[in-house]
Design a protein around this ligand. Structure first.
Ligand code: CP
Length: 336
């Protein structure tokens, strides 16, 4: 593996092998000298708790040195627009930042962001693709406009721990959830890609107006390995019925991006999509998954988050093991 931009880039057997490696690194402490002499730079253009912690600890636990930078706070404010005339407040272009970091580090992790104007535009990954084209060392996507492969790896490891390693045909629901703010689709899209790649029976549930863009559903269907399915419904209960896992995530109404008032009204009108115990009871002993951070009692009730079927903290913990596996795969060669 030369870089990690999207799970869609990994063939199914490579994804299985990566998850096997993460599981092995979880049960047996990995070689603390595996990445000795390697340097890693992490560039956060958006805030993070789990991604930063898991990547830093993963790198250190394998012997690498790691530095995290937050442009605009502890590093120069970055321009991301290709061809920009930089006569404003942004002192450095992300192209130059990534090239400079690549002269000092063997791998650069980047967290970029959605423009939140159009999911069609996000689909082109304007900032990540600029960085990937400019970089001379491997790039790891730590969340971009429309992807979050490190999160999806942890989601899949958690699903394997719940449902067994062979996830083909296992029913799972990705449900839209209410939120006070319009959010990007990165996490939902990454989960959709990963679950489809594993051949799961993925049911996407979203209220009218919040259905993910067709291109994303078609992309996920194209990743199915000859098993599983990707279906879309606006009936949340029907989707959850018989599912082994319920993955909740908020995202903006695609057609209302840029219309703050209409978007807020649409989200409020669907506040009943909050996940509660009654909904979870429709599943097949279903576990609850969420990437975190989560808005308690807006996205999901306390009863579910603090209940016995909640796996979100194990899922967050799995960020460490999957980050180790990804770094080892890119920088460390075989074995752990
Ligand atoms: N799930 C996730 O990526 O968390 P952070 O935004 O805290 O990194």
């Amino acid at each position: 593996m030369r870089r990690l931009l999207s799970l869609a880039d990994l063939p199914g057997d490579a994804l299985d092998a990566l998850l096997d490696r993460a599981a092995a690194m979880k049960t047996e402490s990995p070689d603390p000298s595996l990445l000795l002499g390697r340097q890693i730079a992490l560039l956060f253009l958006n805030p993070s708790l789990r991604t930063r912690t898991s990547m830093e600890l993963a790198a250190k636990s394998l012997g690498a040195e790691v530095v995290s930078l937050t442009p605009g706070q502890d590093a120069w404010k970055l321009e991301t627009e290709p061809g920009a005339v930089m006569d404003g407040d942004k002192a450095e272009h992300v192209i130059d930042a990534v090239r400079a970091l690549g002269e000092m580090a063997h791998l650069v992790g980047v967290r970029t962001f959605s423009g939140m104007t159009s999911f069609d535009e996000d689909r082109t990954e304007p900032v990540l693709s600029t960085i990937a084209a400019a970089a001379r060392v491997p790039i790891v996507n730590m969340e971009s406009a429309l992807d979050h492969p490190l999160q999806a790896l942890a989601d899949l490891l958690t699903l394997r721990e719940t449902c067994g390693n062979d996830l083909r045909g296992v029913p799972v629901t990705l449900t839209w959830a209410p939120h006070p703010r319009p959010l990007p689709m990165a996490v939902g899209a990454a989960f959709l890609r990963g679950a489809a790649r594993m051949g799961m029976d993925v049911r996407v549930a979203a209220p009218e107006g919040f259905t993910p863009p067709d291109f994303l559903i078609e992309e996920a269907r194209g990743l199915l390995p000859g098993a599983g399915d990707v279906t879309v419904t606006d009936d949340q209960a029907a989707a959850v019925r018989g599912s082994r896992a319920v993955y909740a995530k908020a995202w903006a109404a695609p057609a209302l991006l840029g219309d703050a008032d209409a978007g807020a009204a649409a989200r409020t009108a669907n506040s009943g999509w909050r996940i509660d115990k009654d909904l979870m009871a429709l599943g097949d002993d279903a576990v609850f998954l969420h990437c975190l951070p989560v808005r308690r009692n807006v996205v999901v009730t306390d009863g579910v988050l603090d209940g016995p079927r909640c796996r979100v903290y194990a899922e967050a913990g799995n960020r460490l093991h999957t980050a180790r596996a990804a770094l080892a795969e890119i920088l460390g060669g075989p074995g752990s």
